[in-house]
Design a protein around this ligand. Structure first.
Ligand code: ADP
Ligand code: MG
Length: 262
């Protein structure tokens, strides 16, 4: 089993001195290539911090982050940026598309930012992976929320990253649209190569933060974070099993005064 991402003893504090907040207290985790992992935990447990550090968007305090075989901890800013552009894609709750650009132009942006001439085939292939080739020429304002988020996913995939990170990707979508989006994500792991568009990747590894058990149930496994530490793992999750575990963890956090209740 090859690891797409490996986290070793990851710590992270926000701020300095008396005002510093410890967000991660030593996180170890391995994300196998082609796996779909959901990260859950109470508000303030460090989910976003974990995702940002794992994706190289933020620097860890100590520990190691290895993405696609490269230890990013020691990279200077230039190399880190290169690594991030080449090997990672990131999707946020807000779609962050540029309204004046068409779907196709939005998807091509990461290639332009990397100084490449946008490869039309790569852009089309990324749109095909999320089922939106027919919307290539459409601007975000004329797309539904779900379609906009799928454009954001295509944009994250266009560089063929080893890992796709998603922080609450369905947070701004209604239930039915959210389900469609999750099916799209699920397919990226299950059927990475599309016969009609064999151009893009091999395997896509997905690491997704969510607070919704129904969303987490689309993943291969769920990792539970509480107060900056991984405290549990659930393989082959069902929404009910995830919800039960969340209730347990919240009860512990309330009793010990850690986590969201603090
Ligand atoms: P989650 O995504 O699980 O809600 P976060 O990773 O956003 O948790 O936050 C973890 C902890 O770090 C919280 O206590 C939060 O208040 C704190 N935190 C997050 N980002 C910052 C920041 N930029 N500055 C100061 N504190 C922060
Ligand atoms: Mg968060």
């Amino acid at each position: 089993m090859r690891a797409a991402v490996r986290l070793e003893g990851l710590t992270k504090s926000h701020g300095v001195g008396d005002g510093a907040v410890t967000a991660l207290r030593g996180v170890h985790a391995v994300f196998p290539e082609g796996s779909f992992t959901a990260i859950m935990g109470p508000s303030g447990s460090g989910k976003s911090t974990l995702l940002h550090c794992a994706a190289g968007l933020d620097r860890a305090g100590s520990g190691r982050v290895v993405i696609d075989g490269v230890d990013i901890s020691g990279l200077d800013e230039t190399r880190l940026t290169e690594m991030r552009r080449k090997s990672t894609g990131f999707v946020f709750q807000s779609f962050n598309l540029l309204p004046s650009l068409t779907a196709e132009q939005n998807v091509a942006l990461p290639l332009r930012l990397a100084g490449q001439h946008p490869d039309r085939a790569a852009v089309r292939a990324a749109l095909a992976r999320v089922g939106l080739v027919d919307k290539a020429g459409t601007r975000p304002g004329r797309l539904s929320g779900g379609q906009q988020q799928r454009v954001a996913i295509a944009r994250a995939l266009v560089t063929r990253p080893a890992v796709l990170f998603a922080d609450e990707p369905t947070g701004a979508l209604d239930l039915a649209t959210g389900r469609e989006l999750l099916s799209t994500l699920r397919r990226l792991c299950d059927a990475p190569v599309d016969d009609e568009h064999p151009e893009p990747p091999g395997t896509t590894t997905i690491i997704m933060v969510t607070h919704d058990p129904n969303v987490a149930a689309y993943a291969d496994r769920v990792l539970f974070l509480a107060d900056g530490l991984l405290v549990g793992e659930l393989p082959r999750p069902t929404a009910d099993a995830v919800a039960a575990r969340v209730t347990d963890l919240t009860a512990v956090a309330d009793r010990t005064g850690t986590g969201a209740a603090r």
